[in-house]
Design a protein around this ligand. Structure first.
Ligand SMILES: Nc1ncnc2c1ncn2[C@@H]1O[C@H](COP(=O)(O)OP(=O)(O)O)[C@@H](O)[C@H]1O
Ligand SMILES: [Mg+2]
Length: 241
């Protein structure tokens, strides 16, 4: 693999909160255009790791390099679309007003905004809800609106923290179809999940437990290494349960 095809490098990353080690010596590289799944139980450190990759947290040791630049770097903002685990939406505003607010932050012009807002809402299948206040949205609708916001500026790297929580299976499937389309256009996607069937759809997986990356590989590779037939069994085998 040429270094050109690697777009994210995480090297020796470590972080503790009040003496409690949350990330231990994480090494990870993401290839351009892959869907990489970070799989681990609640509290294992997934959110902390992706917050470090986006530059929202500063590590105690190690570094993150994206497109050759050390994180945090303002010039990377246009390259990264980040969807946090908790929706950061203005409840009293409509979906459209929320999108306009974030589109302005990204520096999209008015004309461009209108077109792009239509596009992203179509992608997440919320076109009919554009003028509704977000406070009337279900949890799943809020997740989809957050995804639409993360897509607004056409980022080359999408970092999605449990994007499908609260979303029914049919829509979940359609969101994964969106990921495939984005991937075909060269977008790299880092997604955290604790849902096994989602993990199976990733090109590669990183299993995280107690802040350590315990295994990395394609779902098939991990299954054959553990001589198991499901990602759940893979996890239990590597996790020593
Ligand atoms: N800001 C913080 N201060 C103290 N502890 C934190 C902080 N953020 C995360 N943690 C702890 O780090 C661990 C990993 O959390 P998190 O990254 O949210 O896990 P996950 O996303 O896998 O559920 C947990 O034990 C959590 O309590
Ligand atoms: Mg989390």
């Amino acid at each position: 693999m040429s270094s050109n095809s690697v777009c994210v490098f995480v090297e020796n990353l470590a972080k503790s909160y009040k003496q409690h080690a949350v990330l231990c010596d994480i090494d990870l590289s993401l290839n351009r255009g892959e869907v990489f799944g970070l799989l681990g139980p609640s509290g294992s450190g997934k959110t902390t790791l992706v917050r470090h990759i986006t530059g929202l947290e500063t590590p105690d040791a190690g570094e993150v390099i994206i497109s050759g630049k050390k994180v945090p770097d303002l010039s990377l903002l246009s390259e990264i679309g980040y969807m946090a685990q908790s929706d950061a939406l203005y409840e009293d505003l409509t979906a459209k007003e929320n999108l306009e607010f974030f589109a302005s932050l990204y520096g999209l012009g008015k004309k461009q905004q209108t077109a792009r807002i239509q596009e992203v809402m179509k992608i997440v299948r919320l076109s009919g809800d554009l003028n509704k206040p977000v406070k009337n949205f279900s949890g799943g609708m809020k997740r989809r609106l957050s995804l639409a916001i993360a897509l607004l500026h056409e980022p080359r790297l999408l970092i999605l923290d449990e994007p499908t929580v609260g979303i029914d299976p049919v829509l979940r499937k359609s969101i994964w179809e969106v990921f495939s389309q984005l991937q075909e256009s060269g977008v790299t996607i880092l997604v955290t999940t604790h849902v096994m069937d989602e993990a199976a759809k990733c090109d590669r997986l990183g299993l995280i437990q107690n802040g350590g990356l315990i295994a990395v590989g394609t779902p098939d590779d991990l299954k054959s290494r553990t001589k198991t037939h499901s990602i759940e069994d893979v996890f239990l085998t590597f996790g020593g349960a």
